[in-house]
Design a binder for this molecule. Structure first.
Ligand SMILES: Nc1ncnc2c1ncn2[C@@H]1O[C@H](COP(=O)(O)OP(=O)(O)OP(=O)(O)O)[C@@H](O)[C@H]1O
Length: 246
């Protein structure tokens, strides 16, 4: 397995904090996988994601992208937040192309990338619409397309689907999995929803309160499971994850 991200002895204590929020974490993200990260509220999931993104700096240890220490945010890592953070004064196409514009890509290249993504997120007909006119699910699809427009090496999702109703969330899960498959992407998905972690993750990283093993990564036999295939073995698997979180 080729590693895209290496987390080495990662420790982070917030200024003024008495104990580390992240304490000596060690794990890798493999190229082409979806790693979901699950853990109790406040265990440090967003802190971990923000550190990998380069928004926060480790107190000690490091995170490497393709063998190079991450020291600042870059287009190589895309992030989709829960509140989507889209620009209301730009239309859908302009939001998706925003990062490419900032990087001074030429207009023709931007249009090609944006149009392709609009097809993939099934919003080609909303290209010229402003953000306020979109539903919550559509906004998240635009946020995903905006993150993908830069063709990043890793895309991270920070509770990106938590505010959506169940039907919309199921639709978005399908969009995410289709994009991952067709574009051969690598995703890290932070969630507090165990079913979502199981649905979306090739592997599941469990952030535990166990100081000697703060991060346990397990294989997931139920990746992309259909709701109708949920059986008693699935429930047992889910409960085993739950027990390690609390
Ligand atoms: N900027 C900050 N300064 C100080 N402490 C912080 C800061 N951001 C987060 N924390 C603390 O760090 C801990 C981990 O927070 P974090 O948001 O990473 O957890 P989380 O697992 O993502 O939680 P949730 O699932 O509720 O979003 C919490 O105790 C939080 O209060």
């Amino acid at each position: 397995m080729e590693k895209i991200i290496e987390v080495k002895d990662l420790t982070l204590t917030y200024p003024g904090g008495t104990k580390p929020t992240l304490d000596t974490l060690n794990f890798d993200i493999n190229r082409g996988e979806i790693l979901t990260v699950i853990g109790k509220s406040g265990c440090g999931k967003s802190t971990l994601l923000n550190t990998i993104a380069g928004y926060l700096h480790p107190s000690s240890g490091e995170v490497l992208l393709n063998g190079e220490t991450i020291v600042e945010p870059s287009w190589k890592i895309g992030v989709v937040f829960q509140n989507n953070a889209l620009y209301p004064w730009l239309n859908v196409a302009e939001n998706i192309g925003f990062g490419l514009n900032m990087r001074h890509f030429n207009k023709a290249e931007i249009n090609v990338r944006v149009d392709k993504l609009l097809e993939q997120i099934q919003l080609a007909d909303k290209k010229d619409d402003y953000i306020f006119s979109l539903s919550g699910g559509m906004k998240q699809r635009v946020a995903i397309a905006r993150a993908l427009a830069n063709q990043p090496q890793l895309v991270m999702f920070d509770e990106s689907f938590g505010a959506l109703d169940e039907f919309t969330r199921n639709d978005i899960h399908k969009v995410v999995l289709d994009l991952w498959k067709s574009l051969h992407l690598t995703f890290l998905v932070v969630t507090h929803d165990i079913d979502e972690a199981i649905k979306l993750g090739n592997r599941i990283a469990i952030m535990t309160p166990d100081k000697s093993s703060p991060m346990k990564i397990i294989d997931n036999p139920y990746f992309n499971i259909d709701l109708e295939d949920i059986d008693s073995e699935y429930i047992k698997y889910k409960n085993r994850i739950l027990k390690q979180i609390v």
